[in-house]
Structure formats: structure tokens, C-alpha cells
Design a protein around this ligand. Structure first.
Ligand code: DAT
Ligand code: MG
Length: 139
């Protein structure tokens, strides 16, 4: 059953480039409720663990290095059909292919440094949310 929740991270490039506030505003304006949010930084080990599913991919090392390179904003978001609607709001992985007006089209640097994460399923949204937040940090 759909949880109506998804998990996101505003990635180091977007924080570094000053896009954090605008991205949070786009998320709220799109109708997502913030259930949990924190400004934090992933250690290299935590980044490895988060992206373990990509361990065999050629870009894994680069991805881990980048995701642990600076602060991020992690959040749990709620909305009907959250996972799918959030993937639509962020756009394709590669900003060159992302639809106009999407977060990645507006703010991502490239396919690797692509501004935001969005869970790809209800199951992963739950796992990823729990990876970052304790029960008493979710409202
Ligand atoms: P998404 O973040 O759209 O779900 P993904 O799960 O396939 O994309 O990959 C996770 C992240 O890994 C992605 O946001 C950026 C990085 N990545 C994916 N493909 C890449 C590539 N070909 N080169 C460099 N980084 C890549
Ligand atoms: Mg993915």
C-alpha cells in the first residue's frame, strides 16, 4: 500500500550554490508537507551505505565522494502519490534531459551533481527515511 511519503536530499552542489531555500519553496508550493528535515553531512561511510545499490556502477566512487563533500538537507515529505509526484517535480537524473521547470532542470549542474535525490519506490522511501531520522524526529 502506498505510504504517501517520500524521502529527499538537497545535495551538496545545490546547497553550495545557494539554491537550498528556492528548492524547499518549490517542494512546499508543489503541495508536499515536511514531516522531517535536517541540515547535516554524510560521512564517507554513510554515503557508501546509502548508495550501496550502486556499488558496482562505474560512478560509485565519484558519487560517494561528492555526496560526502559538504552539507545536505535531508527530508521526509508527504503528499498523495508522493514518490511518483516528487520524481516528476525533480525531473530526469541528467538535467540536460530534465523537463523544463523541474528542480534538476533549474538547479542541477550535471548528471552527477544533480541537486536533489528522490526515492524511487514506497519501500525505498521508508528505508531511506529511517536511515536519516529517528522516530522522534518525524512529525
Ligand atoms: P536518480 O537519482 O535519478 O534516482 P540513479 O538512482 O540512477 O538516479 O543514480 C543515483 C545517483 O547517482 C544520481 O542521482 C547521480 C549519480 N549518477 C547516476 N548515473 C550517473 C552517471 N552516469 N554518471 C555520474 N553519476 C551518475
Ligand atoms: Mg535513484
Amino acid at each position: 500500500m502506498a505510504t504517501n511519503r517520500t524521502f529527499t536530499m538537497i545535495k551538496p552542489d545545490a546547497v553550495e550554490n545557494g539554491h537550498m531555500g528556492k528548492i524547499i519553496d518549490m517542494i512546499i508550493q508543489a503541495g508536499f508537507d515536511i514531516k522531517a528535515m535536517k541540515y547535516t553531512r554524510l560521512s564517507e561511510d554513510k554515503a557508501k551505505e546509502f548508495y550501496a545499490v550502486h556499488a558496482e556502477r562505474p560512478f560509485y566512487g565519484e558519487l560517494v565522494e561528492y555526496m560526502s563533500s559538504g552539507p545536505i538537507v535531508a527530508a521526509i515529505l508527504e503528499k498523495e502519490n508522493a514518490v511518483e509526484d516528487f520524481r516528476k517535480l525533480i525531473g530526469a537524473t541528467d538535467p540536460a534531459e530534465a523537463a523544463e521547470g523541474t528542480i534538476r532542470a533549474k538547479y542541477a549542474e550535471n548528471k552527477g551533481r544533480n541537486a536533489v535525490h528522490g526515492s524511487d519506490s514506497d519501500e525505498n522511501a521508508e528505508i531511506e527515511g529511517k536511515f536519516h531520522f529517528a522516530a522522534n524526529e518525524i512529525f
